[in-house]
Write a protein that binds this ligand. Structure first.
Ligand code: HSE
Length: 434
């Protein structure tokens, strides 16, 4: 059978890795796909010193690839929203299949792109967009297709996880570790996407859609970053038996779907609490299977290429199949997507870690307990540290049982209004993940 012709747009870290893996494993890939997968053209503005492209034709114009009649599959690895959207829509319009690693593109423009792809009978595959080399999209979309998914929770940004790990293990500052993550090439072009949770929210939006069968709704995801976390909270969490992770959580409830990214205390003995450095992990809980865990490299040259090439093999195998009987882009048949709403953060439910800076006076703890009990908030554990010598303030740290967020917001307002409480109350959500 004739080889499938691929055009790679973007020869950076992932593009270079994809070319190298396709070259190195060509024979093995052909045995799997039933035919060869050949790079017929590359669009790149610069050469990649980690990738030797030999005689493969190279152009600086990505649209030359999208319009090249010889090419069956366009691989979009340029990143960003605007140009990438135009490239993918052009390729689809020309009847080409698309493989992309672009989480921002899928999370923000995926509904439009999939509709266009259905119209033209082509595949858009995006395994590499979430958690790099971990085949978690395939696992949820196909491997767990018999389940009702209850919830999923993931460490899906390697840069953020690296920062938290270094802060906890080595007491390093946030800024210092971020600089190293940028030098290692893991951070996004704009690192606020990593530390403010936007990159994780892109990925979580995609996972939630394939888990619950709802359209992509990135604009409704709640995001809170890790830039305000202090070493003090990392250490208090440790003393209470928890680790702080930057977690994406999607949960299906009767009233709607929770879609939230924020720093989270997780019991230290959970496997996912021990996922360190740049590694990613996603827990998925289904009604039939129970809890499952997917772990691996969430970024990097060849781990991400592993997912891109797997998509290419999938597309090569599906080229001759009936477009209406392929695995749906978002796991559920497009006319069966549900309108179950995404909940605002105030309606989400969690347990909470609170740190209150209080004056060292009798009765302060009683006032705190009263405010919480008046709002039906149950305290699970409480810890009061000795007064700091220089300011005479005592840190009061407590963990609550699960409660709707609005009630905690109300309690925090009341606590901050007490004359014996100084400054803002620190609040970090807690998930048991059991
Ligand atoms: N900046 C991302 C991360 C790269 O750190 O996980 C992979 O999407």
């Amino acid at each position: 059978m004739k080889p499938v012709k691929v055009g790679i747009c973007g020869l950076g870290t992932v593009g270079g890795g994809t070319f190298n893996v396709l070259e190195r494993n060509a024979a093995e890939i052909a045995r799997r796909a039933g035919r060869g997968i050949e790079v017929a053209q590359i669009a790149a503005r610069h050469a990649n010193p980690r990738c030797s492209t030999g005689n493969t034709p190279i152009t600086a114009d990505i649209f030359e690839v999208a319009n090249n009649p010889e090419i069956d599959i366009v691989v979009e690895l340029i990143g960003g929203y605007t140009l990438a959207r135009e490239l993918v829509l052009t390729a689809i319009e020309n009847g080409k299949h698309v493989v992309t690693a672009n989480k921002a593109l899928i999370a923000v423009h995926g509904n439009e792109i999939f509709a266009k792809a259905r119209e033209k009978g082509v595949i858009v595959a995006f395994e590499a967009s979430v958690a790099g080399g971990i085949p978690v999209i395939k696992a949820i979309r196909e491997g767990l297709a018999g389940n009702q998914i209850n919830w999923l929770a993931g460490i899906i940004n390697g840069t953020g996880n690296f920062i938290l790990t270094e802060m906890r293990e080595k007491g390093r500052t946030f800024e210092d570790v971020l600089k190293e993550a940028q030098e290692l090439g893991y951070a996004e072009a704009d690192p606020t996407f990593d530390v403010e949770g936007i990159d994780a929210a892109h990925k979580l939006t995609i996972l939630a859609s394939i888990a619950f069968g709802v359209p992509l709704q990135f604009d409704k995801a709640y995001t809170e970053g890790i830039s305000r976390l202090t070493t003090a909270d990392v250490n208090y969490a440790e003393a209470l038996g928890y680790r702080i992770k930057h977690l994406g959580v999607a949960r299906s409830t009767d009233s709607g779907i929770e879609l939230r990214v924020h720093p989270t205390l997780i019991p230290a003995d959970r496997l996912i609490a021990n996922v360190n450095g740049v590694m990613n992990a996603v827990m998925v809980n289904g009604d039939a299977v129970g809890s499952t865990l997917y772990y691996g490299a969430g970024a990097g040259m060849e781990p991400t290429a592993s997912a891109v090439v797997a998509d290419l093999v999938d597309v090569a195998r599906a080229l001759t199949t009936d477009p209406n009987n392929r695995v749906p882009h978002l796991a559920f048949q497009p006319d069966s997507l549900s309108a179950h709403p995404i909940l605002p953060i105030g309606a989400c439910e969690s347990a909470y870690y609170l740190r209150i800076q209080a004056k060292d006076h009798p009765g302060v703890l009683a006032q705190v307990a009263t405010i919480l009990s008046e709002r039906g908030i149950n305290i699970e554990s409480i810890m009061q540290k000795e007064a700091e010598v220089h300011d005479g303030l005592v840190p009061v740290i407590l963990v609550t049982h699960r409660v709707v967020e609005q009630r905690i917001d109300d309690a925090i307002r009341a606590l901050e209004a007490l004359t014996d409480v100084v400054g803002s109350v620190v609040r970090i959500r807690v998930e048991q993940l059991n």
